[in-house]
Design a binder for this molecule. Sequence first.
Ligand SMILES: Nc1ncnc2c1ncn2[C@@H]1O[C@H](COP(=O)(O)OP(=O)(O)OP(=O)(O)O)[C@@H](O)[C@H]1O
Ligand SMILES: [Mg+2]
Length: 276
Amino acid sequence: MNNLAKHDAQTTAGPRQVLVVEGLSRDFGGLRALNDLDVTINEGEIVALIGPNGAGKTTFFNCVTGIYTPTEGQIFLYDANGKKQLLNGKKPHIITSMGMARTFQNIRLFGDMTVLENVMIGRHCRTHAGIWGALTRNARTRREEQDTIDRSYALLETVNLAHLWNESARNLSYGAQRRLEIARALATEPRMLLLDEPAAGMNPHETQELEALVRDLRSRLKLSILLIEHDMGMVMSLSDRIYVMEYGSRIAYGTPEEVRSNPRVIQAYLGESDDA
Ligand SMILES: Nc1ncnc2c1ncn2[C@@H]1O[C@H](COP(=O)(O)OP(=O)(O)OP(=O)(O)O)[C@@H](O)[C@H]1O
Ligand SMILES: [Mg+2]
């Protein structure tokens, strides 16, 4: 047991890993949507995952968050103590409670609920009052409820939505709904945040604000962030490193400069716009 613990813990100096994905593949019938992917995210890094439509980016998120079961490969998340934990086979809500949070490409908010309530739902995995507490509304439950409201409101301030706390989520602009999704993801107290096309549908001003928000989350909350994004300006200015996918495979990775000048990337992805 001790030997195992020693083996699993990170002891070497250098960047501490948060997410390690080894040889990840996922088939849908005859289609190989992910093919033998290796991805590593270090603590406090902002990393982008880019590639043409259908490359497998969202499928990668769905495997990492437990929504899809990998066909092959292993996914590990290091906890705050540097202990390596296997995510394969774990249910999405367990993976969330282990520190992995995400937003969705197709926004998934509760439109009839208020902005604040949508964030409070994210707190659910960090609260403890069971059915008994909810029924009796004892002192501990009431304290926990107030704490949930306070923390949720503070997160709305973080994403600049506090003034809209009592609005129905469906009445928010597209950009504001994307920021609300980020606040709800943050409510789960993640170590690793996955953002699936957060700038989609945003105007240039909103995109700039989003960039500042992502930087702020990394520096203030010490989050590691993995970002799927088609907005190349945002990807190049925000990312420490970039992974490039095509047809489910990793075709390049490196710093923005390395990726930008990679001939395979120019042909497969960045060149795409020349043909359009
Ligand atoms: N549940 C599913 N069943 C069958 N095929 C799927 C499923 N989910 C994804 N796919 C297929 O897997 C491939 C990768 O899809 P994915 O959504 O991961 O791409 P993507 O890189 O996120 O693309 P986009 O930039 O358009 O969002 C596509 O060919 C898609 O049709
Ligand atoms: Mg996608």
